[in-house]
Design a protein around this ligand. Structure first.
Ligand code: ADP
Ligand code: ASP
Ligand code: MG
Length: 464
């Protein structure tokens, strides 16, 4: 069994979907390979649903026109992919979903309430619509395919917007379902549900994760993530034109690169695959003959000390400092606990060995909030002068240089600093995990592109 996943960019319009169907038929079905296929919502549709929810919440009637446009887009795509004789049936199937959507958005409009739970429900229409259309289109091309709403099998807690999977229950559900269903399953990515059957989502970009969840539960031979680039590249191709595709990376390297901004794969995707040692292959829907990138246990890209650089463009730094912190145990522990309790994710931590200051990187939306929380947690220490004012700095970016072979290799960090130094780029903070898999640097946002280009040129370009 191979579990494939096609992202929004691969299913942006009817022509692209037609191309995907041809890949499935020519390379898998005709070759008698057993497959299950996960699809995302059509390109841009999840964003549109979020916008619609917010418009309704703000009592802006324009949300209705936005829904009409989405209806048109889905009808139009479905009609182009299927013979006229099927159109009536398709309208009937899609209208069932659109009627629900209209009802829930009307509710949001009336009661002026858009909870994370309702927003997840609204977003779930994206995947339900795309997969309904694609399953139907596959059947009409002669494939024995069947729509599968993954939310009935993938069970999570109720952390709406970023739900955590209950693997024992989910794995059992998936195994049981596949025992009874022999047709090619066309699976909605991204969506899941709680114990009480309320719809949840797995986080933006979560369809990759769905593929990995199914792949691991079914002990698949491979999980293939089909997207719009030739695999994982040495850097974000939108920022570094010279970036080139990597033959292979390890699960850990892929996790680090994606955690620090490489959008090509959603970070949690690696975990279920890693546990079962199932390889993940990233392939290009628009260049299917390219081998893409394999994510495996041991990478064979021999000479590459570093595999890639990624970046988070917008971060804020929170600096907690003061003479009274030196030698006091528990400051870091209290900091992390209090931020975690408020749902604030820490991207990076550095502490000078003098213990005089701790520096945390968070997303800018959390900056001021985090400052307030920390100041309240350390109220007494601040009054006593042990800890100074908590400082937030904005307009910063993080660059992460990633590669397993950096471990036990002297001089990589030096080369990175040199690449920045010679361009006059100031490094505000540095962190290196003890695994030595990743060196992260905080710099001013206006230096980001220059920094990426310089590091790529000095450390990666000549390895191509
Ligand atoms: P999909 O719709 O298939 O899920 P995404 O837009 O989520 O696709 O992810 C693919 C995009 O990730 C690429 O088009 C590319 O611009 C971006 N990207 C960022 N960093 C990298 C990288 N290191 N390697 C490859 N792609 C990257
Ligand atoms: N459609 C969802 C999103 O846009 C999931 C995905 O594309 O992977 O985030
Ligand atoms: Mg994606």
């Amino acid at each position: 069994m191979i579990v494939l996943k096609f992202g929004g960019s691969s299913v942006g319009n009817a022509e692209r979907i037609d191309g995907v169907i041809s890949i499935l038929i020519d390379s898998y079905i005709n070759k008698k390979k057993k497959i299950a296929v996960v699809f995302s919502a059509f390109q841009g549709v999840t964003d549109k649903f979020i916008e619609i929810g917010k418009l309704a919440f703000q009592r802006k009637l324009s949300y209705k026109a936005e829904i009409e446009q989405l209806i048109e887009r889905h009808y139009d795509t479905a009609f182009r992919l299927n013979p006229t004789s099927m159109h009536e049936q398709i309208v009937e199937n899609l209208d069932r979903l659109f009627d629900d959507l209209k009802e829930v958005t009307h509710g949001v409009y009336l009661v002026r309430e858009l909870s994370p739970r309702t927003l997840d429900y609204i977003q779930s229409f994206g995947e339900r619509l795309s997969n309904t259309i694609i399953a139907e289109s596959l059947c009409n091309r002669g494939v024995e395919a069947e729509y599968l709403d993954a939310s009935s099998l993938v069970k999570t807690n109720s952390e709406f917007g970023n739900a955590k999977v209950n693997f024992p229950v989910t794995n059992k559900n998936i195994a049981q379902h596949f025992k009874k269903h022999n047709k090619v399953q066309i699976i909605t990515g991204f969506i899941s549900s709680t114990e009480k059957n309320e719809i949840t989502t797995l986080g933006r970009g979560g369809s990759d994760y769905t593929a990995s969840i199914f792949g691991a539960a079914l002990n698949a031979g491979a999980i293939e993530i089909w997207t719009d680039v030739d695999g994982i590249l040495t850097a974000d191709p939108r920022k570094v034109k010279e970036a080139f595709s990597l033959k292979s990376v390890t699960y850990e390297e892929a996790m680090e690169l994606s955690h620090f901004g490489a959008k090509v794969i959603y970070p949690p995707t690696m975990l279920p695959a890693l546990q079962k040692k199932i390889k993940i292959v990233i392939k290009n829907t628009f260049n299917p003959s390219h081998p893409g990138t394999e994510i495996i246990e041991k990478s064979s890209s021999e000479k590459m000390l570093i595999k890639g650089i990624s970046s988070i463009d917008d971060i804020s730094i929170i600096r907690v400092q003061g003479g009274g912190m030196v030698g006091v145990t528990g400051v870091a522990g209290r900091l992390f606990t209090v931020l975690a309790r408020h749902g604030i994710n820490i991207i990076l931590i550095t502490q000078a060995s003098s213990e005089h200051s701790i520096c945390l990187a968070v997303l800018p939306k959390f900056g001021e909030h985090a400052k307030k929380i920390i100041e309240s947690e350390f109220k007494l220490e601040i009054i006593e002068g042990k800890i100074g004012e908590v400082v937030v700095e904005d307009e910063l970016s993080i660059i992460a240089v990633v590669g397993e072979k950096m471990r036990h290799t002297i001089g990589v960090a030096g080369k990175v600093f040199n690449a920045l130094g010679k361009k006059g780029i100031n490094i505000i903070a540095i962190a290196q995990g003890s695994s030595e898999l990743n060196i992260s640097l905080v710099i001013n946002k206006n230096n980001l592109t220059k920094a990426l280009l310089s590091i790529h040129k000095d450390l990666l370009a000549r390895l191509k």
